[in-house]
Design a protein around this ligand. Structure first.
Ligand code: DOR
Ligand code: ZN
Length: 345
């Protein structure tokens, strides 16, 4: 039997939602992860430091008894975000990052940024105080093909912003293309990228071949196989600029299985097992800890967790629930399409 012991992992991009969904899903993260960067795209979004304090309280109240878990809060950047409020949130220790959603790019992003010029005062303040910007890196221009939106974002938004404000620390979240990987690798400083579990496992065929499979639809949408392979190589390389951000994004089944289904894949339940499988396939089990537990904290200026977790490889496949039952309804758990043998003890 094989075992693997790692520092307790963190999730550097997570959607927990609110209310009954929050209560139903949080235990799936706090079971394995010590900390997570919590996305602010609620309805209404988490815009001010006061909003973030209140949301943090609701998250802590929803935690299963006995679980230790630290939500790392973010603010949803708008064109009228107050730089002083952001600075105050940072100084109080509450705010770990600010999130840029280009308006219209994804779930609940309509209040996001249309004109980046309008957000410059906040971004300048963040650069000054060393507060990272987390970026949903897709343009929303209707003329741009959805599979090209990340590459075009790098060229037309991210690179110009980095030239304009090189002191700003930017996390390019859920990188899905070889273009993104190459861009991060070519940068000299102040740029890193998170990679999801599912983008290491599925390509766009998973969504479309043999019928339309809404539970594999997320944003940025999964790309061609060559991109998936580039993501795997980057994750398994041990390069500290790449780390885990699951983007686990629960939506109840009726909101996924309909004529206009929501984007989001719910991976919190089996993420660590999926990753051990992927890293073993890449002959890189020795790099898993860097990806899940070391490179993220280093980038965000935090210490790695003191606690350890152990994974064990079983002869028989591990059974995971296919659905998570919440007070708001059933949420489908990510099916990697192969049996999982690694289990977190
Ligand atoms: O697939 C996604 N789901 N991508 C996002 O950017 C947002 C997320 C969500 O909130 O559901
Ligand atoms: Zn997300």
């Amino acid at each position: 039997m094989k075992t693997l012991t790692l520092r307790r992992p963190d999730d550097w991009h997570l959607h927990l939602r609110d209310g009954a969904v929050l209560e139903g899903v949080i235990g799936d993260t706090s079971r394995h992860f010590a900390r997570a960067i919590i996305m602010p795209n609620l309805v209404p979004p988490v815009v001010t430091t006061a909003d973030a304090w209140a949301y943090r309280d609701r998250i802590l109240a929803a935690l299963p008894a006995g679980d230790r878990f630290e939500p790392l809060m973010t603010l949803y950047l708008t064109e009228s975000t107050d730089p002083s409020d952001v600075e105050e949130g940072r100084k109080s220790g509450l705010i770990t990052a600010v999130k840029l959603y280009p308006a219209g790019a994804t779930t609940n992003s309509h209040g996001g940024v249309r004109d980046i010029d309008k957000a410059m005062p906040v971004l300048e303040r963040m650069a000054k105080i060393g507060l990272p910007l987390c970026v949903h890196g897709e343009v929303t221009t209707p003329e741009v093909d959805i599979f090209d939106r990340e590459a075009v974002f790098i060229e037309t938004v991210l690179d110009p912003l980095r030239r304009r404000l090189p002191e700003l620390k930017i996390t390019m979240e859920h990188v899905t293309t070889a273009d993104g990987i190459d861009y991060i690798k070519s940068s000299k400083s102040n740029l890193a990228g998170s990679i999801t579990t599912h983008h290491l496992i599925i390509n766009r065929n998973a969504i479309l071949v043999g019928g339309i499979r809404p539970h594999y639809y997320c944003l940025p949408v999964a790309k061609r196989e060559n991109h998936r392979l580039a993501l795997r190589a980057a994750a398994a390389s041990g390069d500290p600029r790449f780390f885990l951000g699951t983007d686990s994004a629960p939506h109840v089944d009726p909101l996924k299985e309909c004529a206009c289904g929501c984007a989001g894949i719910y991976t919190s339940v089996n993420t660590m097992s999926c990753l051990a499988h992927v890293f073993e396939q890449e002959n890189a089990l020795d790099k898993l800890e860097a990806f899940t537990s070391l490179s993220g904290p280093a980038w965000y200026g935090l210490k790695p967790n003191d606690e350890m977790i152990t994974l064990e490889k079983r002869d028989q496949p591990v059974n995971f629930p296919s659905k998570r039952d919440t007070g708001a309804g059933l949420i489908t758990v990510f099916d990697p399409g192969f049996p999982l043998h690694w289990e977190v003890l």
